[in-house]
Write a protein that binds this ligand. Structure first.
Ligand SMILES: Cc1cc2nc3c(=O)[nH]c(=O)nc-3n(C[C@H](O)[C@H](O)[C@H](O)COP(=O)(O)OP(=O)(O)OC[C@H]3O[C@@H](n4cnc5c(N)ncnc54)[C@H](O)[C@@H]3O)c2cc1C
Ligand code: SF4
Length: 337
């Protein structure tokens, strides 16, 4: 049986209080929301914090609101709430669909939007018990000095595995981050906004821009994205529970007779999602037909390079990239696949 390590525990009631707790022990805290990923990782000794800071008591982080500025989704909104929300389902079907693709109903009832965005990267050589990892000599991401996926590499390439993040990126959503004041525990907390795309970095050891002491408070989808259709497709061994071994989010304006804008984000391959480049020249102003689908699929195949970071055949995952791009695109253009 895997047991939890010993840690101290805080349950702040406001963002400011959480920031004070985090600032009091810089780099020694682990934020926990639903705990669906953090708790197994603690049992595997992948995280070894002195203190857990549980966000569950912070009412401000709950709720989905629609304002003139757009859609605001609190970091503590559960994936079940996100997937079931009528406005999200009507206007951002790809978001609801991606949330529904996460794990299982029980996990979606606990798992939150903030935790999903900040989900740790995954790798065959990392998501293992301490004993397993020790036998292999550990790895760059935790306790070791080399990568078993890219042995000459200097960076961890563990897979970004959040289902919803690629859709947030395709939509142009922003993330709000609470940042401590200049003098830490006593300083005034500020909030900064940045595109979800810029939230992720290409190093799987810590694949986002959060520094110790910061936390995610909300995701914002600008009102200007209304009219953009989204679709999500996920490749996984079983139709429930499993993390993606490839995921594709598509956002589009227009319809099958004339594409006005097309954005494709492919993930679960490396440490951060990849937004395909060069699609405007191929797709904008064109109808969605077999030739266009082939062309977009070919771009995806060329720009995406799966690695042996998850336990499924790399060449097969590569071959599946254009297949899943072609399956996702019609949904974002309002036509049946
Ligand atoms: C069996 C199983 C299958 C799963 N399958 C999938 C899947 O298919 N797709 C998928 O996307 N996920 C999957 N997950 C992962 C997870 O359940 C979800 O991503 C969930 O949304 C995580 O949210 P949480 O609130 O439980 O996060 P937690 O476990 O509480 O936290 C996850 C990480 O985010 C950090 N964090 C949490 N909230 C914040 C915040 N507000 N600000 C800053 N940091 C924060 C934590 O410190 C931690 O590092 C699976 C988990 C399990 C156990
Ligand atoms: S990609 Fe390399 S460094 Fe990263 S978790 Fe896997 S083996 Fe470790």
């Amino acid at each position: 049986m895997l047991t939890l390590p010993v840690f101290a525990w805080s349950r702040p009631k406001t963002v400011d209080e959480a920031m004070r707790v985090l600032a009091a022990s810089p780099g020694e805290c682990l934020i926990v929301a639903g705990g669906t990923d953090a708790v197994p990782n603690l049992k595997h000794r992948l995280h070894e914090p002195k203190r857990l800071v549980h966000l569950g008591g912070i009412e401000e982080l709950r709720g989905i609101r629609v304002t003139d500025a757009g859609l605001e989704v609190g970091a503590l909104v559960t994936l079940t709430e996100l997937a079931a929300h009528p406005y999200v389902r009507e206007h951002y079907a790809g978001v609801a669909d991606a949330a529904e693709h996460v794990a299982s109903p029980q996990i979606r009832n606990m798992g939150t939007v903030g935790g999903n965005l900040c989900l740790d990267t995954r790798c065959t050589y990392y998501n293992q018990t301490f004993f397993w990892r020790e036998a292999l000599g550990f790895c760059l991401k935790k306790d070791g000095t080399r990568c078993h996926v890219v042995p000459q590499g200097k960076r961890c390439v563990a897979a970004h595995s959040s289902d919803v993040a690629p859709v947030w990126i395709a939509l142009g959503a922003q993330v709000e981050i609470a940042t401590p004041g200049a003098d830490g525990a006593s300083g005034a907390v500020t909030r900064r906004l940045l595109p979800v795309e810029a939230f992720f970095v290409g190093d799987g050891v810590h694949n986002n821009v959060l520094v110790p002491g910061e936390l995610v408070t909300r995701v914002l989808v600008p009102a200007s994205s209304l009219g953009v259709r989204t679709a999500y497709r996920k490749l996984r061994p079983r139709a429930a529970i499993d993390f993606p071994m490839l995921s594709v989010a598509v956002a589009a304006r227009g319809d099958a007779s004339r594409i006005e804008a097309l954005r494709v984000v492919v993930s679960a391959l490396g440490a951060k999602p990849r937004t395909l480049g060069g699609l405007d020249a191929i797709a904008v102003g064109k109808p969605h037909d077999a030739a266009l689908a082939e062309a977009v699929g070919a771009v995806a195949f060329k720009q995406c390079h799966p690695l042996s970071n998850v336990p499924y055949d790399t060449d097969w995952r590569h071959d599946m990239v254009p297949v899943f791009v072609k399956r996702a695109a019609p949904g974002a253009l309002g036509v049946d696949a």
